[in-house]
Design a protein around this ligand. Structure first.
Ligand code: B1M
Length: 229
């Protein structure tokens, strides 16, 4: 953000444009101020997340793919995104909703991408789910231990690399071998996945984004409750 920009004088559209630019430039402090500014104008946390942070990260992703940005710049952008998310997280979780289910979630082995997973965690918590976040680089054993410990309704897995997404099948096959696959609703997500992949590995559903993850989780919880009633 250049010094002469006065945030309060920007239109909402320009504020979101600036947020995207500053995210691209990895300016965490500016992102923090802009998120506060947007919230101060009555924007909903999910709107700020979607139109500012996620939209900005999409541009970063495209330029990373096209060789315009490199890992250090993307890391700076990720840091700025996390600074914005840190402000939004408590607000998204603040609905006071009664707990409607529980989920263990983690990024699969070999994969260190966690921004999308963190977003899903935030949104699920906000929707009233209890979430146990295992972080990144999770082996089958890590998922199994967490399932045994927390006995969740849902297992969520995230993968951002075409090389790591097949690991989801390894986890699901192990759940089957152990006879516990049917005890869990298995939801998967991440940019390289699609519905056909989820079906092929026998997950219950592919979730395109965090909002879809919440809707899908709620839908499966309703089915689960009606079956157990
Ligand atoms: Co990485 N990276 N990266 N990266 N990176 C991608 C994924 C890539 C597509 C970039 C590109 O080429 N365009 C590409 C993968 C190509 C491929 O596999 N075909 C790639 C690569 C190649 C790599 C490295 C190999 C680069 C290198 O080292 N040469 C390396 C891999 C390291 C590893 O994991 N072993 C690497 C590293 C990194 C950084 C560390 C620099 C950084 C990660 C920082 C972090 O996460 N803490 C990074 C980033 C930031 C990206 C991009 C630019 C952005 C990802 C992101 O955060 N998106 C990404 C490009 C892209 O995806 N367009 C890219 C924003 C986020 C909100 O969206 O994660 O899709 P997303 O999550 C969404 C949905 O997918 C869904 O909901 C989320 C919220 O709406 N969702 C779920 C996700 N998980 C879910 C789980 C669910 C439900 C829904 O469970 C129920």
């Amino acid at each position: 953000m250049s010094e002469e920009i006065v945030l309060s004088e920007l239109s909402l559209e320009d504020l979101y444009e600036l947020m995207k630019e500053d995210l691209y430039d990895g300016l965490a402090e500016e992102i923090t101020q802009e998120v506060h500014e947007a919230l101060g104008r009555g924007q909903m946390p999910y709107e700020v997340l979607t139109y500012g942070l996620v939209a900005g990260m999409e541009i970063v992703g495209n330029d990373f793919r096209d060789g315009i940005l490199f890992v250090p710049e993307v890391l700076m952008a990720a840091k700025a995104m996390k600074a914005g998310m840190a402000i939004l997280r408590p607000l998204l979780a603040e609905t006071g909703a009664e707990k409607i289910g529980s989920m263990v979630i983690g990024t699969v082995k070999g994969d260190i991408h966690d921004i999308g997973k963190n977003l899903v965690t935030m949104m699920m918590e906000g929707a009233g789910f209890e979430v146990f976040d295992l972080g990144i680089n999770n082996s089958v054993d890590s998922y199994l231990n967490a399932i045994e410990q927390h006995k969740p309704d849902i297992l969520g897995m995230s993968a951002l690399l075409t090389t790591t997404m097949p690991y989801m099948k390894v986890v699901i096959d192990t759940l089957k071998e152990k006879g516990i696959r049917k005890d869990l609703i298995v939801l998967v997500g991440g940019a390289p996945l699609n519905e056909a992949f989820a079906e092929a590995i026998e997950a219950d559903a592919y979730c395109r984004d965090a909002a879809v993850a919440v809707d899908t989780a709620k839908k499966f919880m309703r089915i689960r409750k009606s079956v157990n009633a």
